[in-house]
Design a protein around this ligand. Structure first.
Ligand code: HMG
Ligand code: MG
Length: 312
């Protein structure tokens, strides 16, 4: 039997948070619906952050209950930067949250207006409070490779912060390449060290694809024993507070890579293309990861084949 990898699609949160075009709650719900139809069983839905900081996420308290109502079996995570975010998420019915800790002083200040020590303490408190509420928890360790302000992030610090997040109760620690600066060699080195320090099953990875190395980095993570991946359908994404951050590793690229390499994902590529069609209509521009041109050709062949079959 093929080994399964677990994918969390972060498009409704990471993908939409920095878009110039306003996206309505109904359009976000429709995107989640297409992801579910494609077989995605874990989605990061939104974030409970300051609407002044991230206006696209201002409808979090309206969107989440509708998602929970419509897609009861879906793992629906939401990002919360602090206790206030947790309180708002809990009031909206959240069952899973993610805190966001950056591994450098400056990135934390730019992202959540706290220094590293305060951000670490607030993330720990938020995780503990979420656990007390019976929620499932994830903890991002952002800029785990390079920081746009401070350069290469020391590996020992990434390991120490990851352990602290796990000790505070994070069910999953998400090692994030915020600006897409990692390379497969660096991913291999860092994840081999991290899997010495904690269980591989407690770790997930979150790659951005700025330099075209997202899929290669995912392969390096697979080889290091990681089986939990974030990705974003159509490759949309990027943190508004990290200069130079481009889109995430595209879910379709990850699914193609994994399935062509003997892993199962439970996710359908034609289904993802339907989700991308919708996202393109909403965002009014072409989307898609590195494999998009080939996937569209396959889709056209399949359509022509089906037409041939019905007319013959
Ligand atoms: P602040 O201004 O320092 O907060 O912002 P404050 O505690 O001084 O409060 C200021 C106001 O914000 C107050 O309201 C608070 O009530 C309110 P006022 O009295 O002025 O009316 N407030 C909130 N409102 C809604 N939800 C909340 C909340 N907290 C306080 N949770 C804060 C601090 C963290 C709120 C702000 O900096 C913020 O919201 N930042 C957003 C960060 C963000 O969303 N970044 C993008 C996501 S992270 C990312 O993309 C990286 C990731 O993908 C991984 C990777 O790729 O590396 C996860
Ligand atoms: Mg991200």
């Amino acid at each position: 039997m093929m080994e399964r990898i677990h994918i969390t699609d972060v498009a409704p949160r990471d993908g939409l948070q920095n878009q110039a075009v306003p996206v309505s709650t109904a359009q976000k719900l429709a995107l989640v619906e297409r992801l579910v139809a494609a077989g995605v069983n874990s989605v990061e839905i939104t974030s409970f952050v300051s609407p002044k900081a991230v206006p696209q996420m201002a409808d979090a308290a309206e969107l989440l209950p509708q998602v929970l109502d419509r897609f009861g079996a879906l793992r629906s995570s939401v990002l919360v930067p602090n206790l206030k975010g947790l309180e708002r998420a809990h009031a909206a019915g959240a069952r899973e949250i993610a805190v966001v800790l950056s591994a450098t002083e400056t990135m934390n200040r730019k992202n959540i207006n706290m220094g590293l020590d305060e951000a670490t303490a607030v993330s720990e408190q938020t995780l503990q409070a979420a656990l007390a509420l019976g929620l499932r928890t994830r903890a991002y360790v952002a800029v785990a490779f390079d920081c746009p302000f401070e350069g290469e992030t020391p590996l020992e610090r990434v390991i120490a912060l990851s352990r602290r997040m796990a000790e505070a109760g994070a069910h999953e620690v998400v090692i994030a390449d915020t600006i897409g600066a990692a390379s497969p060699g660096m991913v291999k080195e860092r994840l081999n060290a991290l899997t010495q320090a904690m269980a591989a099953d407690q770790l997930a990875v979150h790659f951005h694809d700025t330099r075209g190395m997202g899929a290669a980095n995912a392969w390096a993570a697979l080889e290091a024993g990681i089986r939990r991946f974030d990705a974003s359908v159509g490759g949309i994404g990027g943190c508004p507070f990290a200069p130079g951050a481009a889109g995430n590793l595209a879910t379709e690229d990850l699914v193609l890579l994994a399935e062509r390499s003997g892993f199962s994902t439970g996710v359908s590529l034609p289904g993802l293309l339907q989700a991308i069609d919708l996202a393109q209509d909403v965002l009014q521009r072409p989307l898609g990861g590195r494999s998009m041109a080939w996937l569209r050709r396959q889709q056209a062949h399949a359509r022509d084949g089906a037409k041939g079959a019905t007319t013959r």
